[in-house]
Design a protein around this ligand. Structure first.
Ligand code: HEC
Ligand code: HEC
Ligand code: HEC
Ligand code: HEC
Ligand code: HEC
Ligand code: HEC
Ligand code: HEC
Ligand code: HEC
Ligand code: HEC
Ligand code: HEC
Ligand code: HEC
Ligand code: HEC
Length: 272
């Protein structure tokens, strides 16, 4: 490309963009932009678009190494109607590539990951294209959390808000990790308490059981609620799971229920 054409392009660039004016001034405007892409080589682009080359080199990733300017800009504008190739010409057959609106999130194709904008609009399907397991969990365990947009709780990618941002705890000084011992985040109604859950966490809602247990003189008194109430919330254990049939068969034949003599599980009566 000659130096003078180069120069002219810079000078008349605003004019060249307007087709009609271009006609009028055609005699002066030997416009570089009108050159065929075929004439421009990969190495040429940087002569006029050095900033783009810099950005791509620093943060383009595979868009710099595996793809070249000409792969995305097959014809040099403004001669061509399309200045660039659409994302889905190269990115296909993954759920994530079906969601469209690529540039809503990847705002600059020359640095597609660095420019990833944190979502400003409510989103759900877009997230599920890469996190299908979360969707499955929500479908299998319906709750009001499943009706919220993901971005209600994840306002930036990979960031999470905490339960206490939106809810009061059952008990003062319960912490966020405490919530997780009973409520899985994406399936908060699938309550299977696990790990260290102090009895006072149950006591908030089951005052009577806790009072009875505190009052009994028997060895049930010192036992943690979860030791007996294992598994999903509301499950009730059987005395025999832990004690079998401890008395003479005649006694058990005569009395179907242990509680005929032992009062109750929490307010246990025992003469031992
Ligand atoms: C001789 C200088 C020159 C060279 C070399 C050059 N361009 Fe351009 N290019 C321009 C000018 C001038 C414009 C219009 C600038 C503007 O409006 O910002 C332009 C515009 C563009 C545009 C934007 C079109 C639009 O619609 O906004 C793209 C994309 C582009 N060039 C890609 C390339 C690629 C790829 C190469 C290498 C194959 C290249 N250019 C080489 C001068 C050049
Ligand atoms: C992965 C595809 C891809 C590659 C590779 C790519 N571009 Fe682009 N480029 C685009 C897209 C898409 C746009 C449209 C951006 C817009 O509309 O803001 C664009 C816009 C441009 C523009 C005009 C808009 C602006 O931001 O000024 C220029 C100039 C440009 N590219 C130059 C280059 C050069 C030079 C290279 C190689 C060093 C290159 N591009 C590599 C996809 C690509
Ligand atoms: C000419 C082909 C082509 C076009 C057009 C294209 N890409 Fe790519 N892109 C690639 C290739 C090849 C890779 C590397 C392999 C892969 O990750 O699929 C890549 C990788 C990426 C990456 C991962 C970058 C990284 O650092 O790992 C993102 C994000 C991306 N492309 C987004 C886009 C977006 C958004 C568009 C449209 C604006 C687009 N691409 C257009 C070919 C293309
Ligand atoms: C809702 C926002 C959003 C939209 C819309 C979006 N992406 Fe992404 N994209 C992401 C996020 C988030 C990542 C993961 C970044 C990371 O790994 O940190 C990503 C990663 C990628 C990657 C890198 C490969 C990978 O699996 O990590 C490619 C390629 C890509 N997107 C292409 C596209 C294309 C093509 C489109 C349009 C069909 C698109 N994206 C639309 C948010 C989006
Ligand atoms: C293109 C695929 C892609 C898209 C789209 C995407 N993510 Fe991700 N996301 C990833 C990858 C990859 C990771 C990193 C996983 C890892 O480190 O194990 C990640 C990590 C996360 C994490 C942190 C995981 C952890 O273990 O710390 C959260 C939370 C998250 N994404 C939520 C979202 C939300 C919400 C959206 C929608 C706004 C979304 N993601 C869109 C690919 C994606
Ligand atoms: C009610 C708030 C809330 C909603 C709604 C929500 N999340 Fe989360 N998410 C969290 C919290 C809190 C964590 C971190 C605690 C954890 O690891 O369980 C998390 C963790 C994650 C993780 C990483 C750990 C994991 O479980 O894989 C991903 C990925 C994720 N969320 C994606 C999503 C997606 C996708 C959606 C929408 C379908 C979504 N989230 C909706 C609060 C929420
Ligand atoms: C961004 C706010 C937000 C965050 C963060 C959040 N929630 Fe929620 N949660 C809600 C909303 C909204 C509802 C629907 C009921 C309502 O309007 O109060 C809800 C409902 C619930 C329900 C009842 C579900 C139902 O279907 O009835 C439980 C249990 C729950 N949340 C526990 C948690 C736990 C545990 C955490 C932390 C892992 C958490 N939430 C984090 C907003 C949030
Ligand atoms: C010891 C287990 C346990 C812990 C720890 C726990 N929860 Fe709960 N939570 C429950 C049970 C059980 C329910 C009632 C479910 C039902 O009605 O069947 C519930 C109900 C809820 C509800 C539904 C609305 C309501 O109040 O009725 C919200 C919201 C909630 N919990 C938030 C939290 C938060 C936030 C934390 C952490 C500070 C937390 N929970 C800690 C067991 C627990
Ligand atoms: C030694 C084992 C054991 C311990 C410890 C225990 N429970 Fe129970 N719980 C049982 C058994 C067995 C039943 C069923 C007995 C019955 O039918 O009266 C039961 C019944 C219940 C019931 C339903 C009937 C009722 O009395 O309201 C609730 C609620 C309950 N337990 C809560 C708790 C709480 C809360 C704690 C801890 C403060 C706790 N339990 C500690 C064994 C135990
Ligand atoms: C947020 C309040 C809340 C918390 C915390 C809570 N529960 Fe419950 N629990 C309930 C509700 C509500 C019911 C259903 C009440 C009913 O049916 O009478 C219930 C029912 C039960 C039942 C079955 C009662 C029956 O009569 O069938 C058991 C057993 C039980 N809970 C044990 C526990 C244990 C053990 C903990 C601690 C790990 C706990 N709960 C924590 C609210 C709670
Ligand atoms: C999850 C196991 C478990 C369940 C269920 C359970 N117990 Fe116990 N029980 C214990 C343990 C542990 C002790 C204390 C160790 C001991 O004294 O042998 C105990 C002690 C006792 C004692 C002797 C208490 C004393 O101090 O004299 C009696 C009587 C008893 N249980 C009756 C029952 C009856 C009746 C039920 C059903 C309502 C029941 N248990 C349910 C675990 C359990
Ligand atoms: C007819 C009344 C009666 C019935 C029914 C009964 N018990 Fe007892 N149980 C007693 C008496 C009285 C004692 C204390 C005397 C003793 O030491 O054997 C006792 C003691 C126990 C002890 C403590 C004994 C030890 O060796 O530590 C356990 C555990 C126990 N019972 C469990 C059960 C279970 C489980 C059932 C139901 C399957 C049951 N009992 C039914 C009257 C009964």
């Amino acid at each position: 490309m000659s130096r003078s054409r180069f120069f002219a392009a810079e000078c008349f660039q605003p004019l060249c963009r307007q087709g009609r004016i271009l006609l009028l001034v055609a005699s002066f405007c030997v416009c570089a932009i009108a050159a065929d892409a075929a004439e421009l080589e990969r190495g040429d682009c940087g002569k006029c678009h050095s900033e783009k080359v810099r950005v791509l080199t620093v943060a383009g990733g595979p868009h710099a190494t595996e793809v070249g300017c000409l792969d995305c800009h097959p014809q040099h504008p403004p001669r061509s109607g399309t200045a660039f190739r659409a994302c889905d010409e190269c990115h296909q057959s993954r759920p994530h590539y079906e969601i469209g609106g690529c540039r809503h999130c990847h705002t600059d194709p020359h640095q597609p990951l660095v420019s990833l904008r944190d979502p400003l609009k409510p989103m759900r399907l877009e997230c599920l294209s890469c996190h299908p397991e979360v969707g499955r969990q929500m479908n299998e365990n319906p709750s009001r959390h499943g009706e919220l947009y993901c971005t209600r709780c994840h306002s930036r990618h990979k960031e999470v808000s905490t339960c206490l941002d939106c809810h009061e705890p059952h008990l003062a000084n319960q912490t966020n990790p405490d919530c997780g011992t009973c409520h899985p985040t994406h399936a908060p109604l699938r309550i299977v308490p696990a790990g260290h859950v102090p009895s006072r966490f149950c006591q908030v809602c089951h005052a009577q059981a806790a009072r009875d247990l505190a009052a009994t003189k028997t060895n049930h008194g010192g036992i943690n609620c979860l030791y007996c109430h294992q598994g999903p919330h509301r499950s009730i254990p059987d005395c025999q799971t832990c004690h079998g049939l401890p008395h003479a068969p005649s006694i058990h034949r005569q009395h179907r229920g242990c509680l005929n003599c032992h009062g109750g599980a929490h307010h246990l009566i025992s003469n031992r």
